[in-house]
Design a protein around this ligand. Structure first.
Ligand code: ZN
Length: 261
């Protein structure tokens, strides 16, 4: 299938996202990494899919409805908190204030918008349940990844996968001690020697603490701020930043740029 394979346990890359160069086709279509799932798919999209949009959930949803006219598209009004909603309890027209969404119906397409925060996609080998989470430092400090895994577990899933997409890396994510303390994180250093945190590491720890084994936690460790050509970055572009999108779901259809077998 098109799309570069999900990489795991790689160090953050400051440039040349792994597998992108040399595979012009998926990059041109705006999809960098696809997650092969049974009858559905998950993708972390590069900026091409949402180029020219203001990044609002309504604008993103409108574009996705053009690309996937036969699927229900769920976008959130993300507020850096820890509320997680279920598709079905909210409708595609709602744009609820929440930072996570789950679905028991894998035909639904769940969308998370990010511009440095970590997009997290969840699925299970023993259940059609899927989930998508927006995990910035505030959401992580509230334990949103742990909470999402816990919701899937109490809803019957056991063999849960957690996949984290491109976000700002510890190479660039300079923070104050307040953020480090809020996350109870090991401090890193940016390329220019300032204190930073590794959001992927924090999210990984939460997934692991919620019972997901290490070999079912996947990371695409590419830095959004370092890769201007490929990703939007709020830290780099400030108010002008668009939003990268990550999608999961779409059983029996094709997500943009990714053909489902
Ligand atoms: Zn970086």
């Amino acid at each position: 299938m098109p799309g570069c394979l999900l990489s795991s346990n790689k160090r953050f890359k400051g440039s040349d996202p792994s597998g992108c160069r040399g595979e012009a086709s998926p990059c041109q279509r705006g999809v960098l990494w696809g997650i092969p799932l049974l009858g559905m798919s998950g993708v972390f999209c590069s900026r091409g899919v949402t180029e020219g949009l203001d990044g609002s959930p309504q604008a993103v949803a409108a574009r996705l409805r053009q690309l996937l006219p036969s699927n229900d598209i769920f976008c959130l009004t993300q507020v850096h908190a820890d509320r997680i909603v279920w598709a079905g309890e909210v409708s595609p027209e709602d744009f609820p204030k929440a930072d996570g969404i789950m679905s028991r119906d894998p035909v639904n397409v769940l969308c998370i918008r990010t511009a440095d925060c970590v997009p997290v996609l969840l699925w299970a080998d023993d259940s059609p349940m899927i989930g998508a989470v927006h995990a910035g430092w505030r959401g992580l400090s509230l334990g949103i990844v742990h909470k999402a895994v816990g919701l899937m577990r109490v809803s019957g899933a056991r063999l849960i996968h957690v996949s984290m997409g491109p976000s700002i890396g510890p190479c660039c994510y300079a923070v104050g001690t307040d953020v480090i303390d809020a996350l109870d994180a090991q401090p890193n250093l940016t390329l220019d020697g300032r204190l930073s945190v590794d959001l992927h590491r924090v999210a990984t720890c939460q997934a692991h603490a919620a019972g997901v084994p290490a070999d079912m936690i996947h990371c695409v460790q590419v830095c959004t701020q370092c890769n201007r050509e490929t990703f939007f970055s709020y830290r780099r572009d400030s108010g002008n930043a668009g939003r990268n999108i990550s999608l999961i779901g779409g059983a029996s259809c094709s997500l943009p740029g990714l053909q489902v077998p």
